[in-house]
Ligand binder design. Structure first.
Ligand code: ADE
Length: 232
């Protein structure tokens, strides 16, 4: 099993690469991949940078260069549900892009044209989502499975948050998962997104994000590391 892991920030990847046996660096002009083993799994991890453009570029490069069997987008996110608070984990049943908008020409909000998409929602791999939930439960981490919404916006506003929830029924927001999911779907590669909550995506988010990003990133990294062991 070969697992590709994409994180936006170094803090979201470093606890995964630290667990790799015999890590090797492989660079393409815009990205560095760390290749190694976790348990029996071959793992390739990269830090793509913030936002959907970098995330899409990393997913395409990952697939072309390494042909992973599964791609995981990991890191932190803002909660959109009272079922999740800081340190809990959102697991994607699907991903969507809350800022993708062709409604003026008759499309549904967020609808992207990619194989397997149901309107705005691109389904994540169900078996992987179940495995992530089982691992989190074993570690005593609370999870919520649901749509994860991405956009090129840090959400820190009650109104914007409500609009995303009302339109997409999303449980968490972040800035990369929807792009990783779209590229994976376009290439027929299974994917999932896991996000530990760093903030509430409202007026408190600008303070909470820097205060909790490192600790929450450790939570998602721990679960992804265990996932690699379980799948290897
Ligand atoms: N990642 C973590 N918190 C976020 C937020 N509130 N909005 C977008 N991305 C995030």
């Amino acid at each position: 099993m070969k697992i590709g892991i994409i994180a936006a920030l170094a803090a979201e990847a470093e606890n995964i690469t630290a667990k790799m046996e015999e890590p090797r660096r492989v660079s393409v002009p815009s990205l560095t991949f760390t290749e190694g083993k976790i348990g029996g799994a071959d793992v390739i991890c990269t830090v793509c940078g913030v936002g959907k453009v970098y995330a899409a570029a990393a997913a395409e490069a990952m697939i072309l260069k390494f042909a992973p069997d599964l791609v995981i987008n990991t890191g932190v996110g803002g909660t959109l549900t009272d079922k999740l608070t800081i340190g809990d984990v959102a697991v994607a049943s699907s991903v969507c892009q809350h800022d993708f908008d062709c409604t003026a020409i008759g499309e549904e909000p967020g609808a992207v044209n990619v194989p397997g998409a149901e309107g705005a929602h691109i389904p994540a791999d169900k078996k992987t989502a179940r495995e992530i939930v089982a691992i989190a439960e074993r570690l005593g981490v609370r999870t919520c499975v649901g749509p994860i919404a991405s956009g090129d916006q840090f959400i820190a506003d009650r109104e914007r948050k409500k609009k995303i929830v009302d339109t997409f029924s999303a449980v968490a927001c972040e800035m990369e998962g929807g792009a990783v999911g779209q590229v994976c779907a376009a290439n027929g590669v299974p994917f999932c997104v896991i996000r530990a909550i760093s903030d509430s995506a409202d007026g408190g988010a600008p303070e909470d994000f820097p205060a909790f990003v490192k600790k929450s990133a450790e939570v998602s990294a721990r679960i992804v590391t265990e996932l690699a062991r379980a799948l290897g």
